[in-house]
Ligand binder design. Structure first.
Ligand code: GTQ
Ligand code: FE2
Length: 370
């Protein structure tokens, strides 16, 4: 009898649910366990792209696309396989909040100036001699440099050098899209002309630890590029101390007028992991994109071992256990949505007891040989 009553009740619930759906209404009692899971259940998955694959595809892309108005940039983005079906906000996402790409520009090429509400940053992986022009400042690029283009600033790229250059782009596209804040505008001419001397801002901050007094008032980008030689020197200085248990020797790129992250919404760090370093494992709500600038080693992410070497990119989704081990002296560049989580009061972290047990080995996709 009780069973029969249960059955009738569930039929009534189902009928009710179907009925209100027509009115664009939904029953919370059906949705709650999925809507409010006990802890983050990221849709992004851990993943790794080999440099060889990215490089090969970029070299093909040079035959089929030249930077021009509309398409704007010769960039190939990292599509997290776990987010692929999740349009619109999962589209072109490396993590649930961040977009990442590799961009190639050839000598003589110009990528038109534009501006957008998304924050952008670039890390120069291979090559030198091109410049980005941000609000009239030409910033010339060298390998290992870190450049920012915070939201709303005009920027275009050109390459007066003699060899191709490849850099990494990271933008908060999925996040800005998801919350409905997307704006984009083309510059009236192809590329903005210089309005201030070249590399002006990095020359105003040669020391790193002092700032011009006029820059006490917060500005969005008082310093627009961070030279590799300075970053490396900062890490050398840290080497006399104990490394961070999770991140090795690591420095964060900051805005010298505020002391906060160089770019709003996106944090960028450079890690130095000495040969033999093996970090402790932990997890946090922020998600991270790693780029192996120099060196080799592996990371264990959610029990899966990801071997990496120079040029590779990999993803640590939010709330995934992870630890890193270096086989040789390694520089890892990392980018995360830490500032977003922090501003929203959602940054949480947990440490893991001991090392993770390795359950499998990630097999990266390599380009076809044909
Ligand atoms: O170089 O301005 O990969 O606006 C995606 C969007 C690069 C850029 C990207 C962009 C840019
Ligand atoms: Fe842009």
């Amino acid at each position: 009898m009780a069973e029969k009553n249960e059955f009738i009740k569930s039929q009534m619930v189902k009928k009710f649910n179907d009925e209100i759906e027509k009115f664009h209404l939904g029953p919370l009692w059906n949705a709650l366990p999925d809507l409010m899971n006990k802890e983050p259940e990221p849709q992004a998955v851990p993943y790794l792209w080999k440099w060889e694959t990215l490089y090969t595809k970029l070299m093909k892309a040079r035959e089929i696309f030249t930077p021009e108005r509309g398409g704007e940039r010769r960039a190939i983005y990292l599509q997290n396989p776990g987010l692929k079906e999740r349009k619109p906000w999962g589209w072109a996402s490396a993590t649930q909040t961040l977009y990442a790409a590799v961009q190639l520009i050839l000598p003589g090429e110009t990528a038109p100036s534009h501006r957008h509400s998304q924050n952008a940053l670039r890390f120069i992986s291979k090559g030198q001699g091109s410049y980005t022009i941000v609000e009239g400042e030409r910033i010339f690029m060298q390998e290992g440099d870190f450049l920012i283009t915070p939201q709303g600033l005009w920027h275009g790229h050109a390459h007066p050098g003699d060899k191709p250059i490849i850099w990494m782009d990271v933008l908060d596209i999925p996040f800005v899209y998801a919350i409905g804040g997307t704006f984009f505008e083309s510059y009236p001419e192809t590329i903005q002309k210089p309005e201030i001397p070249d590399n002006y801002k990095s020359r105003r901050y040669p020391g790193g630890m002092v700032r011009p007094v006029s820059d006490r008032t917060p500005q969005i980008a008082p310093l627009s590029s961070f030279r590799w030689s300075r970053t490396q020197a900062a890490l050398e200085g840290l080497s006399n101390f104990e490394p961070d248990p999770y991140d090795g020797y690591a420095v964060e790129y900051i805005n010298p007028s505020t002391g906060k992250t160089a770019n709003p919404n996106i944090a960028a760090w450079m890690h130095k992991l000495p040969a033999g370093y093996h970090s402790k494992a932990h997890r946090h709500t922020s998600s991270t994109i790693f780029h192996v600038f120099k060196g080799s080693g592996y990371s264990v992410i959610g029990g899966v071992r990801f071997a990496w070497e120079e040029g590779d990119f990999f993803i640590v989704p939010n709330w995934a256990w992870h630890e890193h081990a270096a086989s040789e002296d390694t520089y890892l560049f990392s980018v995360s949505d830490y500032p977003i989580m922090e501003k929203l009061g959602l940054q949480h972290e947990e440490s893991y007891e001991g090392y993770q047990k390795i359950i499998s080995e990630f097999k990266p996709l390599l380009p076809d040989r044909s």
